[in-house]
Design a protein around this ligand. Structure first.
Ligand SMILES: [Zn+2]
Length: 487
């Protein structure tokens, strides 16, 4: 009889293709067998009445990261990974952020020091590139690829991060050459600055004006522009945190015409509206994130695009800044909205919210949940041994009680925050056990992980999918004149 370290028995297995009753055997950290019945196992986990799913992959979160204005996120790699695990994740990919003047090598060394000793989950990084110098483009980014960091994010907004259109073209071109994927925060910087100036001139500085200051059109215009830039050089693109109906429609249209485009939305855009920024006093500051929360019609449209597979993933964009002077109110307890730290926590709430409002509410199937929570991120970001319940894959598994109902409480988030925007929400479906490479991280709601047990995962070239082979007619024309400018 084959030896198994762990056997999960009696559960309902969820794969990308189907749902069936069966057992799953784990050996040496990998899924070794899936069968109707598996005997033995040094440890047997009873999954009767439960769903056995690929562990979640959180592909958009900010952990132990300084913002460009110097505020450190509340969660480090220990609390961040623990919170992620309690939320049904077995792997996460936070950002490693380059600020202007920093070398990529130094940034990665810093994040290695923050992550390796502390993470309880396997992890990788997306690089944030804010200073695409020639050295960065031609020496440092290729070195980052070589060690398996195959995606990076750029900003079209924020004066201290925005790389400009030419910078974005340079980065897309380098990324394409290495099989990497460029992620983009798409908002029109000048439109936002113009709105800010008008609002501040009118003395409109309370949190609710944050949502006013970043128009839907700022996102729509920037998504369209980013897609055009990516199409010019035929590079793949991933649009993060789409928050508007118009933005989602651009993504839908471009995907239909074959553009190599990926996109996500986040629970906050499905769950909350700009009315939450108008809570009494400074409570609204808890709901300040960018792009901002919109309205109920937008929620419905975004859900329709989640259900219609326009979005590849639903990510938390966990950006934890506490409701105190070390976080949201670094610039004072009554700071004007542009000086309040941007971001909302939600790494533990992402999947319970998506399961409850998606699967339990009948909007998406279990297969879609598996894809949106894990499988698509694994495929898109080159986590080739994760995201699927298949023999040979890492035993990254989340066991869910699909019937359990729970009210969201701060203490169940297990993060370093002093609030959760989801507080009091009644959700159906609870992740009870999470394994990472076969090792128990959370079991029956108790933390069993050892600090530092997570490993860095070198990722395969990301943003795969067939190159369209598109060549802009202007590149062709230049080539005919004997000049090669095409990437
Ligand atoms: Zn983010």
């Amino acid at each position: 009889m084959a030896r198994f370290d762990t056997v999960i028995h009696g559960g309902t297995l969820v794969t990308a293709a189907e749902t069936f009753k069966g057992d799953l055997g784990i050996r040496d950290g990998r899924i070794a067998a899936i069968a109707e019945r598996i005997e033995g196992g040094e440890r047997r986990i009873d999954a009767g009445g439960r769903l056995v799913m690929p562990g979640g992959i959180e592909a958009h979160c900010h952990i132990a990261q300084e913002s460009s204005s110097g505020v450190m996120s509340a969660d480090d790699y220990y609390t961040g990974s623990v919170s992620a695990a309690f939320g049904g994740n077995s792997c996460f990919v936070p950002f490693a952020a380059q600020h202007r003047g920093q070398s990529i090598d130094a940034v990665l060394a810093t994040y290695d020091g923050r992550a390796a000793p502390h993470s309880v989950l396997d992890y990788s990084y997306h690089l944030i590139v804010s200073d695409p110098t020639q050295t960065v483009l031609h020496e440092e980014l290729p070195r980052a690829f070589a060690r398996g960091i195959t995606s990076f994010k750029v900003f079209m907004t924020y004066d201290l991060m925005n790389v400009g259109d030419a910078g974005l073209l340079d980065i897309l071109t380098v990324a394409k050459a290495h099989g990497a994927l460029t992620m983009v925060h798409a908002e029109n910087n000048d439109m936002v600055k113009w709105m800010n100036a008008r609002l501040s001139g009118a003395g409109a500085t309370e949190p609710k004006y944050h949502a006013v200051s970043r128009p839907e059109l700022a996102e729509e215009e920037a998504i369209h522009r980013a897609v055009c830039l990516a199409r010019l050089v035929d590079a793949p693109l991933f649009v993060v945190h789409v928050s508007t109906r118009g933005g989602a429609e651009i993504v839908s249209r471009e995907k239909a015409r074959g553009t190599r485009l990926f996109a996500e939305t986040c629970p906050q855009y499905l769950a909350f509206t700009r009315a939450d920024l108008d809570r009494p006093g400074m409570e609204g500051a808890k709901y300040i994130c960018s792009p901002p929360l919109r309205d109920e019609a937008t929620q419905e449209a975004l859900w329709a695009h989640v259900a219609g597979n326009v979005f590849d993933s639903v990510s938390s964009d966990h950006a934890p800044y506490r409701f105190d002077a070390g976080g949201k109110f670094l610039n004072g307890a009554d700071a004007p909205y542009p000086k309040i730290a941007n971001g909302m926590p939600g790494i533990a709430a992402r999947l319970p919210y998506l399961f409850s409002e998606g699967v339990a509410a009948g909007r998406i199937t279990l297969q879609q949940f598996a894809a949106l929570s894990s499988g698509n991120a694994a495929r898109i970001f080159g986590l080739t041994s994760k995201g699927s319940l298949m023999p040979g894959f890492d035993a990254d598994i989340a066991i869910w009680d699909p019937e359990a109902r729970r009210t969201v409480r701060l203490e169940d988030q297990h993060d370093a925050m002093d609030y959760t925007p989801f507080e009091g929400m009644e959700l159906t479906g609870v992740p009870v056990t999470v394994l990472n490479r076969g090792a128990s991280v959370v079991h029956e709601g108790r933390l069993e992980a050892v600090r530092g047990q997570g490993r860095f995962v070198a990722r395969a070239p990301s943003g795969q999918g067939p190159a369209r082979g598109y060549r802009a007619p202007e590149f062709e024309a230049a080539a005919r004149y004997g000049v090669e400018i095409a990437p």
